[in-house]
Design a protein around this ligand. Structure first.
Ligand code: S3P
Length: 200
């Protein structure tokens, strides 16, 4: 099996940064769902929400995920489906159709972090996070409530890594270590030591 590694988890848990490094280390293709959605709509995510509403965003998200997960491309050498690292937006897995499609095409990994850490990472960028700050409540409270509401959705991932106190490099190492038993074909590439990257 040439799996796809799918990253889910709340905003600010490091999905995009971890997916980038994971794809680089594995030399796999990187797919960022939010980037695909933005490209398709011709505008940033927060403008899609502002101009057309959440339902419209979720519809594009669903169709992008359906396409990505049914990608028919195969490796020219082994004939297996092409592997890829897929970073999904924080709310994608909540949709049962998205979850089923993602589960069937690879290994779902959840990144998590404490609400105070997420609030610090999101910081001033909160204005471009349409799912937060809607009720005029403090950011940390908003994060804690939405994260709690999605607890069961995120718990469906194969495993979860808390990124609160970890660098991007540590998270990627932990993912590769955890996967090594189940997928021995995923080899830990020998890497030149790199300066640790804080998340956020
Ligand atoms: C969302 C998370 C965002 C983006 C959109 C909705 C959510 O992605 O998809 O704003 O519902 O949690 P990130 O988790 O990459 O920030």
């Amino acid at each position: 099996m040439a799996p796809k590694l799918i990253l889910t988890g709340f905003m600010g848990t490091g999905k995009s940064a971890v997916a980038r490094l994971l794809a680089k280390r594995l030399r796999w293709r990187l797919i960022d769902c939010d980037a695909e959605i933005s490209a398709r709509a011709g505008k940033p995510i927060h403008q899609i929400f502002r101009d057309h509403g959440e339902a419209h965003f979720r519809a594009i998200e669903r169709s992008v995920i359906a396409e990505i997960t049914s990608d028919p491309r195969r490796c020219a050498h082994c004939g297996d489906r092409q592997p890829a690292v897929i970073a999904t937006g924080g709310g994608a897995i909540v949709d049962p159709q998205n979850y089923a499609a993602l589960r069937d095409c690879g290994v779902i990994i959840c990144l998590d972090a404490r609400p105070d850490v997420i609030a610090r990472r999101i910081g001033t960028g909160a204005k471009t996070r349409p799912m937060l700050g809607r009720g005029g409540r403090p950011l940390k409270q908003d994060i804690a409530e939405l994260r709690e509401k999605r607890r069961e959705d995120y718990a469906r991932a194969r495993f979860t890594i808390d990124t609160s106190e970890r660098t991007v490099e540590h998270v990627v190492d932990e993912i590769l270590d955890t996967l090594a038993d189940a997928y021995p074909a995923i080899v830990h590439p020998t890497l030149l030591s790199a300066a640790p990257n804080p998340i956020g």
